[in-house]
Design a protein. Structure first.
Length: 229
């Protein structure tokens, strides 16, 4: 299959590209940065998704993985939301080969935490994802999003390498770990190549941080027994 990945030079993008290449697929990568992947079936384009004129000709991609993004910058809305819409609309136009579309959102889109404009840009992306899912449903093309929590990528090194910050993060992460990019690739592979019936959904993958964070305090059973006595 022909697979287009934006943000292909980042930790998640490169891991996903390598996963698809390992499966015998043809991968086209878009990124402002040089290629981070080397493979005979990989073609890299240095392009700005915010400029439609810069988007390269890719022959009818069958899978779109819209992954490019920035955080805590002046361009969060322009790249994460407007750029994602622009590049998606460009490559679905007159594309009868399209089979699936997947977006990388963020746990921040669900929780509202982190940087305000970043959270807003990713929440907006989820709204666009559902709009696209409605439009492509008659063609039986699933459109979904993943919202990762912490992932071990160079982008997160400022907190991963800071013992104090890392301890604070683990204190509010029930499963006491973050994902590796290869685990994200597991989800991407399933949702784009195997899933045929789930559409318009956002999968929150955050090691339980949003749903399982415990704050209820009550005496232990042994203490209750003493109270009765």
């Amino acid at each position: 299959m022909r697979i287009l990945i934006t943000g292909a030079s980042g930790g998640i993008g490169a891991a996903v590209a390598n996963r698809f290449l390992g499966g015998g697929h043809e991968v086209f990568g878009l990124d402002l940065r040089p290629a981070a992947v080397s493979h005979p079936a990989y073609k890299h384009f240095q392009a700005d998704i915010c400029r439609e004129a810069d988007l390269p000709p890719v022959p009818s991609p069958e899978v779109l993985f819209i992954n490019a993004g920035v955080q805590y910058s002046a361009d969060d809305i322009e790249v994460n939301l407007k750029g994602a819409i622009r590049v998606t609309e460009h490559y679905i136009r007159a594309n009868d080969a399209l089979r699936s579309v997947l977006f990388t959102a963020s746990a921040s889109a669900v929780s509202g935490q982190e940087f305000p404009v970043y959270a807003a840009s990713k929440a907006g992306l989820l709204g666009y994802m559902r709009n696209l899912a409605i439009r492509l449903a008659p063609r039986q093309i699933p459109v979904n999003a993943i919202s990762p929590g912490g992932v071990h990528t160079p982008l997160n090194d400022p907190v991963v390498r800071d013992p104090r910050a890392w301890a604070q993060i683990m204190a509010v992460t029930p499963m006491k770990k973050w994902m590796e990019p290869e685990e994200v690739a597991d989800w991407v592979e399933f949702l784009t190549l195997k899933n045929r019936s789930m559409s318009g959904e956002n999968l929150l993958i955050d090691n339980g941080e949003h749903r399982l964070r415990a704050s209820f305090v009550w005496p232990e059973p042994t203490d209750l027994i003493r109270m009765k006595e």
